[in-house]
Design a protein around this ligand. Structure first.
Ligand SMILES: [Zn+2]
Ligand SMILES: [Zn+2]
Length: 287
């Protein structure tokens, strides 16, 4: 039996037209450089799925991955997405998003949510229990603390960094901050932000709050703490650190981002556990 299949045609004789591959790009007027607006991840406390989104402020927000009917959600808990940015309000549509912290089953303030949202929280708690029973998730209280750098026990796992007239806390040690840009191979760039040949910051002891004598100063164990100061760098270099790019990708702004930058606006009360009073060694001299 002979096959009637001819090259360049389907089995029924219809011509095969080669499909053009479309690549995702970031619009030139997009407020975000992220290729995908939602960065999927898992809550470190409960193991449930979350989507990280950029907000109009400096804090990224972890949202519950699905929408819920807006009628079930109190107005103060509603979020909506517009042009890839998360906003803390409803948008008038019958659906809205929720912050994961509102639903996270490891949070103590239960009983404040309407019954419909409590149902979602119960489902998340059930999933957490399954993950814990299967040994996939270790409860936060049993997890070992992040280890300091093996050469320098003073290296904070989450350094406080001064740049662009503000204080930020990084998610990783300074030398571990990785470029977030996409390479031509469509993978995340592996180069560090603290690249060889660039000017490093200086570890300096500084007050935890800029208003040292303010009556609203929080009760902290010391007055001065170790801050990785980048203020002496040029403006463009500080922007490069803030956008978390290596020198090559700082020079190619058209390259999209594949991950959110690891910065969070520093709050001396929220992040007091990461404050250290001893100056670590300069990361460059340690090598
Ligand atoms: Zn959670
Ligand atoms: Zn890069």
């Amino acid at each position: 039996m002979r096959s009637t299949h001819t090259a360049g045609r389907h089995w029924d004789g219809a011509p095969i037209t080669p499909r053009r591959r479309r690549t995702l790009t970031v619009a030139h007027d997009s407020p975000s450089r992220l290729l995908r607006i939602a960065q999927p991840s898992h809550c470190r406390a409960c193991g449930n799925r979350i989507d990280w989104h950029t907000t109009s402020g400096c804090h990224p927000i972890a949202l519950h991955p699905t929408e819920v009917p807006a009628g079930l959600v109190p107005a103060e808990h509603r979020w909506h997405l517009a042009s890839g940015i998360a906003h803390p309000s409803g948008d008038g549509s019958p659906w809205c998003r929720l912050s994961h912290l509102t639903l996270c089953p490891t949070r103590a303030d239960t009983g404040t949510l309407p019954p419909a949202l409590d149902d979602i929280r119960r489902r998340l708690a059930l999933h957490t229990r399954r993950l814990t029973d299967a040994g996939i998730l270790t409860p936060a209280q049993c997890r070992p603390q992040a280890e300091p750098h093996h050469d320098d026990p003073c290296t904070p796992p989450r350094p406080v960094v001064q740049l662009l007239y503000g204080r930020y806390i990084a998610a990783a040690p300074v030398e571990g901050l990785q470029c977030v840009a996409q390479t031509v191979r469509r993978t995340r760039c592996t180069h560090p932000v603290l690249a060889p040949g660039t000017t490093p910051g200086r570890w300096t002891l500084m007050p935890a709050t800029p208003h040292r004598r303010s009556p609203r100063q929080p009760a902290l164990p010391a007055s001065d703490f170790a801050v990785y100061d980048l203020a002496h760098l040029t403006f463009s270099e500080q922007v490069r650190w803030r956008t978390q790019r290596c020198p090559t990708h700082a020079a190619t702004p058209t390259a999209p981002d594949l991950a959110l930058a690891d910065w969070e606006l520093f709050d001396p009360l929220l992040h007091r556990q990461f404050l250290t009073t001893r100056l670590p060694q300069d990361p460059r001299r340690r090598r």
